[in-house]
Design a protein around this ligand. Sequence first.
Ligand SMILES: O=c1[nH]c(=O)c2[nH]c(=O)[nH]c2[nH]1
Length: 307
Amino acid sequence: MPTILGQNQYGKAENRVVKIVRDGDTHHIKDLNVSVALSGDMDDVHYSGSNANVLPTDTTKNTVFAFAKEHGIESAEQFGIHLARHFVTSQEPIKTARIRIEEYAWERIATSDGNSRFIGAEEVQHSFVRKGQELRTAQITYDGRKWEIVSGLKDLTVLNSTNSEFWGYVKDRYTTLKEAYDRILATDVSARWRYNWTDDEQPMPNWEKSYRQARKHMLEAFAETYSLSLQQTLYQMGSRIIDSRSEIDEIRFSLPNNHHFLVDLEPFGLKNDNEVYFAADRPYGLIEATVLRDGVEPKIPVDMTNL
Ligand SMILES: O=c1[nH]c(=O)c2[nH]c(=O)[nH]c2[nH]1
């Protein structure tokens, strides 16, 4: 049976790079997990084993660390743009570079009054605590002409202890769910948004600000929406971002419905007045959708687990 080579890419995955910027005694930290995937004229290495076009994955790893020194890490997106441009413009056989980045956020350890911590008379500005479990993500793709920047976050856990109902749904012979007029709404937000910055001629968004604002709008919409379903809340979160951030054209969410079931305390002679819940970890409802600026083509893949 004749065979041919299909889509292929290669590179070093999950380079864990930490960059400390020392501004006197005040230190700044950037903590990234960077995955490089290159593609281009790679038929020969697959068909015959000739490595003539192959920049070693080991070199791509070294480049990530060297670039942290040479260019710094201003933002995950900017760092990815530097790397992608480098691979595509410096190596003729490489036609496309895709850089995926996860960023772990750190906060300064502060005293209980919110100020910096002192040891004796010395202010300590080099102590950090990992911020939640939330991860920031960025995917940078460059083909030598056009950029595609998809940023996002995952594992941002949120909960509303009221202002959530779910009723009026279809009931068939298997339906047992009771209508809820005051329930807990909780989810681990996974979201990816696509920027309309696609070429070097356009002014580049401020990636750090845009991320902070997107996150803020999504949290505010979650908190402020009186929810009749998680689907409705999702749409509110997405449209808030599209309406307020002109640099973002598309956002996709994957939202598990982290069910909280009221516990029956009657057997113990106790009344459960919407107070005691069983937090089930599985199964969970999984609500996923894309929200788009009108007239824009959707490009974020339906399954974004690896994005
Ligand atoms: O917000 C919800 N959306 C659903 O589609 C659904 N289905 C379900 O059983 N509970 C919920 N909650």
